[in-house]
Design a protein around this ligand. Structure first.
Ligand code: LR7
Ligand code: MN
Length: 425
C-alpha cells in the first residue's frame, strides 16, 4: 500500500513538472504565447481553431546520401495559432481603409501609413504563399545560429516592433543568437526610453546606437561588429518574416559558407498593409548602366524545373540577406566611405562574386517589406546617392565604369571621398 502511494506521488510530481516545463505542452508555452501578445482587435476565431492535417504534424528526419541528417523545421504549433487569428490585417489582409485613414499626416513621418500599422497586431498572421514544394522540404538538423541585425533611423514604433515580433515568432529560438537593433541617431522619443523599456521583456534583443548620423551602411557595420552569431542576417526596420523563413537560408550557408543568401521579398502595401508577392516571382536582381537597380526575368536557360529551388542572383536588393559572419569580414564588410543610403548592395554583390563566393535567392524563404511611398528622412547636405554609385563603379567595375559615365556624364567629375585610399587597400 505504502509503495503504491509513493509511486502515485512520484507520478503526480512528474506530471506537474511536465506541465510546467515541457515546451509546447507546459504552462511555459502559454506564457510564451501571451507575453508578446498585446494585439489590438484580435480574438480567437469563432468555432475554434481550424484543424491541421495530420501529415503536417509529423516531424520527420532523414539522413541524405551526403550523411547529413535533415529534419522538418516547421513549427506547426505556431502555424496553427497563426491560422486561427482574425482581425485587422490578419492573414496579411489589407486593412479596410476609409478616406480619413489616408490623410497626408499618416504618411509624413514614415513614408507609409503608420495609422494603419498601429491598428494591426504586432503578432499578425501572414498568408503562407510559398511554393507547394517548400512545405515538404527538410533542412540540416544542425544549422548555424544567426544574429539578426536591424538598422533603423526614425522608424515607426509599430513597424519596428512588428519586425522584431515576426522574427521571434517565426524562427526556431535555438537559431536566433540575438537580435541587434542599431539606432542610427534617431530623434524620435519613442525610440529612446520607451524602446529600451519594451525590449526588457525580450532578453535576446539588444539596442546599440550610433553617436552621430552614420547612414544605413555604417549603422549595419556597427551591428555586425558586435554580432556573436555564426551567421549575420540583415533586415530593414519595416519587415515581416513569413513561415519558416530562416532554416532555408541557414541551410545554404551550412552547405557553402561563401554563399550569401536572400529571401524572396514580398510587398507590404504602404497604404493598407496587405501582404502580397512582388509582381512576377521568377525575377532576379540586376542593374543598368545608370546603376539603377531593377528586377528582370530569370533567363529561360537558367530557370529550374522546380521553382522552389535556390537560384543565383547577380546583385541583391540590399536590405535583406544572410551571410556567414567570418566570410562577411573576409569580404571586408562594407566600404565605410559609402554614405547614408544606396550603392552598398552592388558593392557587397560584386565582392562576393569576385572573391569566389556566390549569391542566391531562396524561394522557400519569404520576408515582407514595406516599400515606402516616399523617403521621409533627411539626408545631410553634400551627400548624394550619385557619389556612392560613382565610388562603387570606380572601385569595382574597372573599365566598365566608362559605360556608367557615358550614361551619367555628371558622375565623371563628382568627388567621392577617399576613392584613391580605398583602391589602395
Ligand atoms: O540614414 C539612414 N539610416 C538608417 O539606419 C537611412 C536608413 N536607415 C535604415 C532604415 O531604417 C532601414 O532599416 O536602413 C534601412 C534601409 O533604409 P530604407 O528602408 O529607407 O531603404 P529602402 O528599403 O528604400 O532601400 C533598399 O535599398 C537600400 C540601398 O542602400 C538598402 O539596401 C535597403 O536595405 C534596401 N531595402 C531592401 O532591399 C528591401 C527591399 C526593397 C528593394 C529593392
Ligand atoms: Mn526599407
Amino acid at each position: 500500500m505504502r509503495r503504491k502511494e509513493k509511486r502515485l506521488l512520484q507520478f503526480a510530481g512528474l506530471l506537474i513538472a511536465a506541465l510546467l516545463f515541457l515546451p509546447n505542452v507546459g504552462l511555459w508555452s502559454l506564457y510564451r504565447d501571451r507575453v508578446f501578445d498585446n494585439s489590438p482587435d484580435t480574438m480567437d476565431r469563432p468555432g475554434g481553431i481550424p484543424p491541421i492535417q495530420l501529415n503536417q504534424m509529423r516531424k520527420v528526419a532523414q539522413v541524405g546520401l551526403d550523411g547529413v541528417r535533415r529534419t522538418d523545421w516547421h513549427d506547426y504549433e505556431a502555424m496553427r495559432r497563426d491560422a486561427a487569428r482574425f482581425g485587422n490585417g490578419e492573414q496579411g489582409k489589407p486593412f479596410p481603409l476609409t478616406e480619413t485613414d489616408q490623410v497626408d499626416q499618416a504618411y509624413r513621418e514614415n513614408g507609409f501609413n503608420i495609422y494603419v500599422s498601429d491598428r494591426i497586431s504586432l503578432n499578425r498572421s501572414l498568408p503562407d504563399i510559398r511554393h507547394e514544394n517548400c512545405k515538404q522540404k527538410l533542412y540540416a538538423e544542425k544549422l548555424p545560429n544567426t544574429s539578426i541585425i536591424i538598422p533603423f533611423h526614425n522608424e515607426g514604433w509599430s513597424s519596428l516592433l512588428r519586425t522584431v515580433h515576426s522574427v521571434l515568432n517565426r524562427s526556431p529560438p535555438q537559431l536566433i543568437a540575438e537580435v541587434i537593433l542599431v539606432d542610427d541617431f534617431s530623434d524620435k522619443e519613442h525610440l529612446k526610453v520607451p524602446l529600451e523599456e519594451y525590449m526588457k521583456r525580450m532578453p535576446k534583443v539588444h539596442i546599440l546606437r550610433t553617436k552621430k548620423r552614420e547612414g544605413l551602411i555604417r549603422t549595419r557595420l556597427l551591428g555586425a561588429a558586435a554580432a556573436k552569431g555564426e551567421v549575420i542576417t540583415f533586415l530593414d526596420s519595416h519587415c515581416e518574416a513569413n513561415v519558416n523563413w530562416l532554416p532555408p537560408l541557414l541551410d545554404r550557408i551550412a552547405q557553402n559558407r561563401k554563399t550569401i543568401v536572400c529571401p524572396m521579398i514580398d510587398v507590404i502595401d504602404h497604404d493598407n498593409f496587405g501582404y502580397d508577392t512582388q509582381a512576377g516571382d521568377a525575377m532576379r536582381g540586376a542593374f543598368d548602366w545608370e546603376m539603377y537597380y531593377k528586377r528582370i526575368p530569370i533567363p529561360p536557360e537558367l530557370q529550374r524545373d522546380d521553382p522552389s529551388q535556390p537560384f543565383e542572383s547577380p546583385v541583391m536588393a540590399g536590405g535583406l540577406f544572410a551571410v556567414d559572419r567570418k566570410w562577411f569580414w573576409e569580404l571586408g564588410g562594407y566600404d565605410t566611405g559609402l554614405e547614408i543610403w544606396g550603392g552598398e548592395q552592388y558593392e557587397i554583390s560584386f565582392k562576393v562574386w569576385m572573391c569566389g563566393g556566390r549569391m542566391e535567392d531562396i524561394p522557400c524563404s519569404r520576408v515582407g517589406h514595406i516599400y515606402r511611398k516616399y523617403v521621409p528622412y533627411k539626408v545631410p547636405g553634400g551627400i548624394s546617392l550619385a557619389k556612392n554609385l560613382k565610388r562603387v563603379a570606380e572601385v569595382w567595375m574597372d573599365e566598365y565604369a566608362e559605360y556608367v559615365y557615358q550614361r551619367r556624364p555628371e558622375y565623371r567629375h563628382l568627388s567621392a571621398r577617399n576613392m584613391a585610399e580605398r583602391r589602395r587597400s
